[in-house]
Design a protein. Structure first.
Length: 408
């Protein structure tokens, strides 16, 4: 692959070829300084832009790494050139003839050969790269051409056209990695473990009372296939927890359903600090004696926060300051907003005590809260998961009274 000097090598090669084939003066300056007192026929080849070619930026080139080895992709560059023609004594007709000759030359020679490049700059290694250097016409829209020439300030517009040269592959200076050959595949060189039984897979969750998400203390039904293996545990991972949480499923799962219960505050007073609200990555882990650990596919389980207290529950119209307590505790870095009716309100303050059994206290200011006959239902959204303001204890679900604020 090429060295960083390949950029200059492309320009120098095109300059050399145009000079020798057309037999005219060729410069490589910005159009604002290209003429610089010259009056004869002239072509100006100006590199005005460089950008990446995404097709080559995600993988190393063939041959740079074998299977199991790691190599860094090259820096693939596309060069943008502006070619401007000047006639003898700025004559437009001779400028057009010169432009036609240049365009005809690139039309007949769209590829730079190894011999073309090697004779100009052998140290760049551009001639050795696996991808050939291709020259294609790049018609600039009138608006883009106008903006480009405007950037040259005092330069007066002359007959110009664009060309694109690609792709220049500049070798990465980062070193790759090549691991040692494998001498033994598993214990006693027996290779990997093979199980004839079908693997378990998850397809969804079912929460009690048809809730949209889980709460602490809820039994959660995991839906899927092949869930009856006794050597299976449920692993839950949260972005803010250093270690995953592993739960034992309840006995007697079926082929398509497995139940696991989240701890409640009654069972574990510190559950509110161990289980932050938000989304958990859930997977099944199967560990059979004498065999490697196996992990199922992953689904994301939403765990809702719960508003424990709201103060005041009744307030006059105007700016209202609400203080509420919630569980689980709000951890540093979590995104929190209050949904007050149909309004989204950011918090004024969030205070999470050091005591793992304590609740997080939040303060919100509801500006210009309007009075109305029916109370406002409030919800707390933590990392994209809303609290559930519903009372399921009656015959029909209804909004819970302790999740409402009356504005009179």
């Amino acid at each position: 692959m090429s060295s960083p000097s390949a950029l200059a090598t492309v320009t120098a090669t095109m300059h050399y070829l145009l000079t020798n084939v057309l037999g005219t003066n060729v410069t490589t300056k910005p159009p604002s300084t290209a003429r610089n007192g010259l009056t004869g026929a002239q072509l100006n080849l100006f590199l005005y832009g460089v950008h990446y070619n995404s097709a080559f930026s995600n993988a190393p080139l063939p041959g740079s790494a074998r299977n199991g080895e790691h190599a860094h992709p090259p820096m693939p560059l596309v060069l943008k050139y502006l070619i401007t023609a000047y006639g003898d004594n700025d004559d437009d007709i001779s400028a057009q003839i010169l432009m036609g000759q240049a365009m005809s030359f690139f039309h007949d020679r769209p590829l730079l050969s190894r011999a073309d490049i090697e004779g100009i700059s052998p140290d760049s290694d551009l001639q050795r790269q696996i991808e050939r250097i291709r020259i294609t016409h790049d018609a600039l829209p009138l608006d883009d051409m106008s903006k480009l020439w405007t950037s040259f300030q005092s330069a007066e517009y002359r007959l110009s056209t664009g060309y694109e040269v690609s792709v220049v592959l500049i070798e990465s200076t980062r070193t790759g990695r090549a691991p040692l050959p494998v001498l033994k595949r598993g214990e006693e060189d027996r290779g990997g473990h093979v199980m004839a039984a079908p693997s378990a897979s998850l397809s969804g969750f079912r929460f009690p009372n048809q809730k949209p998400s889980a709460e602490l203390g809820d039994p959660i039904t995991l839906l899927g296939q092949n869930l009856t293996d006794d050597n299976t545990t449920v692993r839950l991972q949260h972005p803010l927890l250093n270690e995953p949480i592993v739960l034992q499923p309840e006995p007697t799962p079926t082929e398509t359903e497995m139940t696991v219960r989240l701890p409640s505050i009654t069972d574990d007073a510190e559950a509110g600090s161990k289980w932050p609200a938000g989304f958990y990555a859930v997977s099944l882990v199967r560990q059979r004696p004498g065999m490697s650990q196996w992990t199922s596919n992953t689904l994301f389980l939403p765990l809702s926060p719960r508003i424990e207290t709201i103060d005041p529950a009744n307030a006059p119209a105007g700016d209202v300051e609400l203080t509420m307590e919630c569980l689980p505790q709000i951890l540093e870095g979590q995104q929190v907003v209050l949904l007050f009716g149909d309004r989204i309100v950011p918090p004024d303050a969030i205070v999470t005590p050091v005591d793992p059994e304590a609740r997080t206290e939040l303060t919100f200011t509801i500006q210009s809260a309007a009075a109305r006959e029916t109370p406002y239902v409030v919800r707390l959204r933590v990392d994209g998961v809303d609290s559930i303001p519903v009372d399921f204890s009656g015959a029909k679900p209804q909004f819970a009274d302790n999740q409402k604020v009356s504005i009179t």
